[in-house]
Design a protein around this ligand. Sequence first.
Ligand code: SF4
Length: 115
Amino acid sequence: MIMELDELTLNTIRKHDDGVFQSILWKEMDIDSRKCSRIVTKLVKDGLVIREHAVSNGARTYLIRVAETVKPSFDQLLAGDIFSPCAGCRDACQPEFCGKLGEWILNLSDGDDQS
Ligand code: SF4
């Protein structure tokens, strides 16, 4: 469960599109560096941010960035509402002679006609 200060930290990190140095983050948050480090460690553990070694003004620090949340898209595997027959197929594959694939491709072009 995310706590209020964790949420505030995460929102502050989000404001920096290219990430923020941890050495700047704690000052921006107006909290001490140890507390900031603990919060960031928790956010990293929760998979919400990424922390990489970095150097800022000649001093070692971390660059903190919000973890990308890539939502899987199955659009490329759908013809209308029919899922690609190749997904999970265990047949001996010869695509040029595969009736299931041919039928599915016809559904792809049918979908194009409707748009
Ligand atoms: S082309 Fe046919 S045989 Fe090959 S993976 Fe797709 S559905 Fe299976």
